[in-house]
Design a protein around this ligand. Structure first.
Ligand code: ADP
Ligand code: MG
Length: 190
């Protein structure tokens, strides 16, 4: 049975960690991750090599995801469990400058992105998120600003409350050990 599962949350919540664990125990699973590295302007922006207008940025993130929808659709048609490491919810939660929350949602709805069967939202404080990321690498343009990360976190929580694109949202406390979180994710999926 094909399924579209989205894993969301601010940087350092453990998305990649949990997705790897999920993939191990899921038959016929495939992972897609966003943003991809296909869009040069987007990459340059993320690497702080370029300034991009905030509305353009919103659309670039969405274009990058839209560009990949046929691949996602194909995997679903083949009966796979598709796991997305970030999706349009991240675009809404992060790119808040150029476009309002409600207008952003309308744009996404009118493009007609594939609707997930389930969204797993991993939630931790911005402080903990930064602490974890700092151990891994240098902080990127988003990760270095704690107030901004808290704002992103609350934008995700709002999307969860609104049940945007699916009623099947699960907010999971990611400030626990990896195995406990994994078992919560497995219960949510069943
Ligand atoms: P994301 O993909 O959401 O940015 P990662 O899975 O890359 O997060 O995890 C970020 C860092 O935090 C990694 O070093 C990872 O080993 C660590 N980590 C992941 N989950 C937990 C957890 N539950 N508790 C403590 N550290 C964690
Ligand atoms: Mg990751």
């Amino acid at each position: 049975m094909s399924r579209l599962i989205v894993v969301e949350g601010v940087d350092g919540t453990g998305k990649s960690t949990q997705i790897e664990l999920l993939k191990e125990v899921t038959e016929n699973a495939i992972i897609f991750k966003y943003p991809t590295s296909k869009y040069k302007t987007l990459n340059d922006y993320l690497e702080k090599k370029a300034h991009v207008d905030s509305k353009a940025l919103f659309l670039l993130f969405l274009a990058d995801i839209a560009d990949d929808q046929q691949n996602v659709k194909k995997a679903l048609d083949q009966g796979k469990t598709v796991i997305l490491d970030r999706y349009v919810f991240s675009t809404l939660a992060y790119e808040v400058d150029g476009i309002s929350h409600n207008e952003g949602k309308k744009i996404i709805e009118s493009v007609g992105y594939l609707k997930p069967d389930l969204v797993i939202l991993l939630d931790i404080s911005a402080e903990e998120s930064q602490r974890r990321k700092k151990k891994q690498k240098e902080l990127d343009r988003y990760e270095e600003n704690i107030n901004y990360l808290e704002k992103v976190r609350s934008n995700f929580a709002k999307l969860c409350e609104e049940r945007f694109l699916t009623t099947n949202w699960h907010m999971i406390d990611a400030n626990r050990d990896i195995r406990t979180i994994h078992s919560d994710i497995m219960s949510a999926i069943k």
